[in-house]
Design a protein around this ligand. Structure first.
Ligand code: HEM
Length: 141
């Protein structure tokens, strides 16, 4: 079940252990998709990577709560990022990198409940990657 309170708890715990997880998330992404690293060639100081990840965390907080814009943002970014050379399939890998980074930071305190919540979140996020033309409300409730 997608339990927003559990996701928030994991994000808080991860933030306590690491102020800036940006390098950790992208290291996981590039390990899985080495070809993606070159797309950040203009990001000489890491600020684009940092800004992008910050937007993704904000989007997740909206997605698990009011879902005012999170679902639509995913659908839009799939289209805009196609222009950067990012295939839709990499979105799932990116969300997985975020989840694995959070899990690794929490370490031995990671619980089955947290695992369930993140699995459900990843499934729901990826639904919008795979359905760019569906009304976001279609997956609510
Ligand atoms: C929902 C998921 C995503 C969101 C909300 C998002 C958001 C953004 C934003 C806001 C920027 C511009 C940042 C800035 O210029 O300061 C950006 C740039 C970029 N994103 Fe994403 N992104 C997402 C997923 C991805 C994925 C999966 C990849 C794959 C590697 C990716 C690759 C890139 C690249 C290469 C750029 C830089 C493009 C350039 O050279 O200007 N993004 N993203």
């Amino acid at each position: 079940m997608l339990d927003g309170a559990v996701i928030t708890q994991t994000l808080d715990l991860a933030a306590e252990r690491c102020a800036d997880p940006t390098p950790l998330v992208y290291a996981r992404l590039f390990a899985a998709h080495p070809d993606m690293e070159a797309l950040f060639v203009r990001d000489t100081d890491g600020s684009v990577r940092g800004e992008m990840l910050a937007r993704v965390f904000e989007m997740i907080l909206d997605f698990i709560d009011r879902r005012a814009y999170g679902a639509q943002l995913i659908q839009c970014e799939v289209v805009t990022h196609d222009g950067y050379g990012v295939p839709p399939t990499v979105f799932g890998a990116f969300f997985t990198s975020v989840a694995e980074t959070v899990r690794a930071l929490i370490g031995e305190n990671w619980s089955p409940t947290m695992d369930d919540a993140w699995r459900a979140l990843l499934t729901d996020l990826n639904w919008f990657v795979d359905h760019p033309d569906q009304m976001a409300a279609a997956n609510l409730g």
